[in-house]
Design a protein around this ligand. Structure first.
Ligand SMILES: O=C(O)C1=C[C@@H](OP(=O)(O)O)[C@@H](O)[C@H](O)C1
Ligand SMILES: C=C(OP(=O)(O)O)C(=O)O
Length: 433
């Protein structure tokens, strides 16, 4: 594992943020597009695939199984699939929970041994949530703390279909088990406590797999995948940063977004806050204009649909009149960082009163922030949320340490921020990671 060199972002705020922004291809869909194309026998052509580091790790991991990727001049990726054999080396998933958990499902189905690892942040994230169902299916899963943490060693092949009632609402757990289910004897059902993003179901169906969704239950039948030509739409979780920037300081338009189940709920939360935000479903466009926001209650019912957007929604709450209470969000503690602790600490660095609770936080809004020194704690979403706070509401120079983490999902974020704001935004060598 090569750890990245430290980068510090300097933002001299505050100013207007105005314009149209093409955010990167959706990260969740990009991982799945590469994996499903790798499983399919034959050639698939993918367009719009995210060029972020997380997705690059998944692509590199798939080459270890003998899958071939070719970058076409058009920007499309051609995939020669047919993944069947065990990988010939360790699968390095980098910072990506999605990569590690989805690939684990594939490894459980493939005859042979796979070893999966990742960076120091990923190696701290819980993997028992996939080890438990994969073992029930008949795979052998080992790792640190009895398979609770990576590196993971999976001996796959000969898996049986199961009905798995997941204790956690997680698209990664669901997708892991469904992918293993493609290789199983018999059908596999996953029942979620609450429905989560449905990319795996939608994309397996498009690849000709027999899959049925009934409420919170998804059943997959084993079988081959057909190659597909898939366009990856733009990432709504990245557009959420700009939507908040538009509401706080100008007007932003983000086109081409995936706005399907479990991904666009941040729009409703921002509307509840009083935000002037419009959605055109046909073109996948979100437009957000400067608004006076007010504090809201965000609870367990909201959380699965806004999981990755909470750090930037917290910035909106910090700029809103009154108090915002977030509850039912303890899953945030299992992300790239403990996002309840790191979001609250980031807001406090800007002079905002924010108190941590076991399953959420309480944020007291204020009209202006003070310039801040923020530590990303290796978490791309904390870094980008801080950049929005700095650019829109903090007079003077704010510094974001650990900015290198942003490459995991949105390598061009600083350039987009500079172009949309006209502020001075600069990246310099920072403290080592
Ligand atoms: O399936 C996916 O692509 C993802 C699911 C979510 O994680 P969990 O499944 O752990 O909730 C989300 O936080 C992550 O960014 C991407
Ligand atoms: C949680 C995230 O991703 P992952 O779980 O794939 O690392 C994220 O992108 O916010």
């Amino acid at each position: 594992m090569v750890e990245r060199a430290g980068v510090r972002l300097s933002v001299r705020g505050a100013g207007e943020v105005i314009g149209r922004v093409q955010v990167p291809g959706d990260k969740s869909i990009s991982h799945r597009a590469l994996i499903l194309a790798a499983l399919a026998e034959g050639h698939s052509t993918l367009t719009g695939v995210s060029r972020c580091e997380d997705v690059a790790h998944t692509r590199a991991a798939l080459t270890r199984f003998g899958v071939e990727f070719t970058d076409l001049d058009s920007g499309a990726v051609r995939v020669r699939g047919g993944l069947r054999n065990e990988p010939d080396d360790v699968l390095d998933c980098g910072n990506s929970g999605t990569g590690m958990r989805l690939l684990s499902g594939v490894c459980a189905g493939v005859d042979g041994v796979s070893v999966l690892t990742g960076d120091k942040y990923l190696r701290r994230r819980p993997m028992d949530r996939i080890a438990i169902p994969l073992r029930q299916m008949g795979a052998r899963v080992d790792g640190r703390h009895d398979g609770g943490f990576a590196p993971l060693v999976i001996r796959g092949g000969q898996v049986e279909g199961i009905t798995y009632r997941s204790p956690v609402a997680s698209a990664q757990i669901k997708s892991c088990v469904l992918l293993a289910g493609l290789y199983a004897a018999g059908r596999t059902t996953v029942i979620e406590p609450k429905t989560t993003r449905r990319h795996t179901e939608e994309m397996l169906q498009a690849a000709g797999v027999k899959i049925r969704v009934e409420g919170t239950a998804v059943t997959v039948h084993p079988g081959p995948l057909a190659p597909v030509d898939h366009h990856v739409p733009n990432d709504p979780s990245q557009a959420a940063f700009w939507a908040v920037a538009g509401l706080l300081a100008g007007e932003i338009e983000a086109p081409g977004l995936y706005l399907g189940h479990g991904r666009a709920d941040f729009v409703g939360v921002l509307e509840r806050m009083g935000g002037d935000i419009e959605v055109d479903r046909a073109s996948g466009t979100v437009v957000a204009r400067a608004s006076h926001l007010r504090g809201v209650e965000i609870d367990a019912g909201d959380v699965p649909g806004i999981l990755d957007e909470i750090p930037v929604l917290a910035v909106a709450a910090a700029a809103a009149a009154g108090t915002t209470v977030i509850s039912g969000a303890k899953e945030l503690r299992a992300k790239e960082s403990d996002r309840i602790a790191t979001t609250a600490a980031m807001l406090r660095a800007f002079g905002v009163q924010a108190e941590e609770r076991p399953d959420g936080m309480v944020i007291h809004g204020r009209p202006e922030f003070s310039a801040a020194w923020v530590d990303s704690h290796g978490d791309h979403r904390i870094a980008m949320a801080a950049a929005v706070a700095a650019a829109c509401r903090a007079q003077g120079e704010s510094l974001i340490e650990g900015w290198e983490a942003v490459a995991t999902s949105y390598p061009g974020f600083a350039t987009d921020l500079e172009n949309l704001s006209g502020l001075r935004v600069s990246e310099t060598p920072g403290a080592p990671d």
